[in-house]
Design a protein around this ligand. Structure first.
Ligand code: MG
Ligand code: ZN
Length: 183
C-alpha cells in the first residue's frame, strides 16, 4: 500500500486564474503567470492538488452548474497544456444571503474533509493556499499550514492577519518553494 499523499488546497479565483468575478464562460479563464509550473512541481513531488472554490454566483443566479463545469474543464485543459494537473475540484454553490448558511463555503471545511476522504489523503500534511483570509483560515481547523498569496482582491487587513497568524508568499511559485522545502 502506498503512503497517503499530502495535499495542497488551492483557491481558484485570484489564485490560479485572474479573478473576473462570477466567471461563467470558458473564454474568461486566464491563468495567472507562473501557476502552471508551480502546480506541476507539486504534481512531480507527489503532492495532491485540490481546488476548493466558493462559487456564490451559482446561488445568485449569475452562472449555472453547467457554466461552472465548462469553466472547470477549460482550466484543467489550460493546465494540461503545460503538464500541470488538478487532482480534483470542489465548489460551494451557496451564498448565506440567498439560501442561508452552509458548511461548505470557505472558511468552512466540509469540502476539504470530503477531499481528504475521497482521495485518501494524508490528513497530517495539508496546506491551504489562497488570496483571501477565508482560503487560509481552514488551516486552523485542519491543523495544517496556510499560506496567503496576495493578489489584487486581497484586503490589506487580511494579508496582515495571515502574516501574523500563518504565512504569506509573493506568488504561488514562492508558496510552493516553501511547501516543498519543508516537506
Ligand atoms: Mg480567491
Ligand atoms: Zn456551500
Amino acid at each position: 500500500m502506498s503512503r497517503p499523499r499530502p495535499v495542497v488546497f488551492l483557491d481558484r479565483d485570484g489564485t490560479i486564474i485572474a479573478d473576473m468575478h462570477y466567471i461563467a464562460r470558458p473564454e474568461e479563464v486566464a491563468l495567472i503567470p507562473g501557476v502552471a509550473p508551480a502546480i506541476r512541481r507539486l504534481n512531480q513531488a507527489g503532492w495532491a492538488v485540490v481546488v476548493i472554490t466558493n462559487q456564490s454566483g451559482i446561488a445568485r443566479g449569475k452562472l449555472t452548474e453547467a457554466d461552472y463545469e465548462q469553466v472547470r474543464a477549460r482550466l484543467d485543459a489550460l493546465l494540461d497544456e503545460q503538464g500541470a494537473l488538478i487532482d480534483r475540484s470542489y465548489h460551494c454553490p451557496h451564498h448565506p444571503d440567498v439560501g442561508g448558511p452552509c458548511d461548505c463555503r470557505k472558511p468552512g471545511t466540509k469540502l476539504h474533509l470530503l477531499a481528504l476522504r475521497d482521495l485518501a489523503l494524508d490528513r497530517r500534511r495539508t496546506v491551504c493556499v489562497g488570496d483571501r483570509w477565508r482560503d487560509v483560515k481552514p488551516a486552523f481547523a485542519l491543523e495544517g499550514r496556510g499560506i496567503l498569496v496576495p493578489g489584487p482582491e486581497s484586503p490589506p487587513d487580511e494579508v496582515e492577519r495571515a502574516q501574523r497568524e500563518l504565512a504569506t508568499a509573493s506568488s504561488l511559485g514562492v508558496a510552493v518553494d516553501r511547501i516543498l522545502g519543508a516537506s
